[in-house]
Design a binder for this molecule. Sequence first.
Ligand code: GSH
Ligand code: FE2
Length: 355
Amino acid sequence: MFFRQLYDLQTGTYTYLLADKNSREAVLIDPVYEQAMRDEALLHELNLKLLYTLETHVHADHVTSAWLLHKRTGSKIAVSVDSGAEGMHRTLSHGDTIRYGNHSLFVMATPGHTKGCITFVLKNKKMAFTGDCLLIRGCGRTDFQGGDAAQMYHSVHTHIFTLPEDYLLYPGHDYKGLTSTCVAEEKFFNPRLGGQLSEQDFVGFMDNLGLDHPKKIDIAVPANLKCGRPNEEIINVGQSAWAELTLTFAGFWEVQPHWLIENLKFIQILDVRESGEFKGSLGHIPGARQIALGQLKNRLSELDNQRPIVTICRAGGRSAQATVILNKAGFKKVANLAGGMLRWRELQYPISKIT
Ligand SMILES: N[C@@H](CCC(=O)N[C@@H](CS)C(=O)NCC(=O)O)C(=O)O
Ligand SMILES: [Fe+2]
């Protein structure tokens, strides 16, 4: 099995990628709208087919990318039957299973944070994804969206604390940098729900949390009730007009050599190798301007900030860093050439050589 825990720094949200190594089928739990390009890049790089996006609940603090990923990858949207959401392809109820390759996620209804909260259990790997029901040494708030502290106490004690004690638990959020826990740890050490704490203790605790509402609640809840579908249909989401761009999981925009060769005349080619390399045996792309990476910050005025720039180096590493420098300096249309001069030469595309 393939497993990745992904994080959205803005909202402290975890997204989980689970995939079957043989069939390449994958699911994403709780994907975040702003991270759709990142998640798509990862799926692409790992050659995975996204079958489903799965929501643990209707989120109040961020918008899901379920709709966006459906549009871009054809993935299906699955949401709890009790969520109140519309526009999904599949509703999930207690006892359902979601299959990807040889693996099955088992659905447990764990209401309390919201009315429609669910937990996904991956029995063969002893893992559970608890959304905002049980957090690490904490739990989700219960003061809106049909939240109910007594119900949450019941959900945790009946469904999560009864899982085998060595099951690893992965929450929907963490605001302190913790990543996972296990059933035994939370049973003993959860300061709200563990040890000898009773339902009455818990309800008293939750009634006095006094948290501010999430900053994005007025945008997030209506959007998530439509599975993240925006009001205006977005055409060509994430595609830029100036090039066939792809975003790598590392966060760099790239163009492929075959695109560059067809568009050479529109593009400024910036070669960030040292001048000895530029003049060396690998040669360089005809018309390229050479500014070594270490000098780039001081020589930005030599570049035209109206024309798109493609950066290049030997293998594509230094030139990726050059795109960061250019973006920071306000250049908008910038991309790295995937694979650098090495790939360009492999493809036997034209070069110039200075002797
Ligand atoms: N400050 C955050 C608040 C986020 C928040 O309220 N998160 C919910 C989960 S959707 C929660 O249950 N938080 C529990 C806590 O903060 O103790 C924001 O504005 O987004
Ligand atoms: Fe939540």
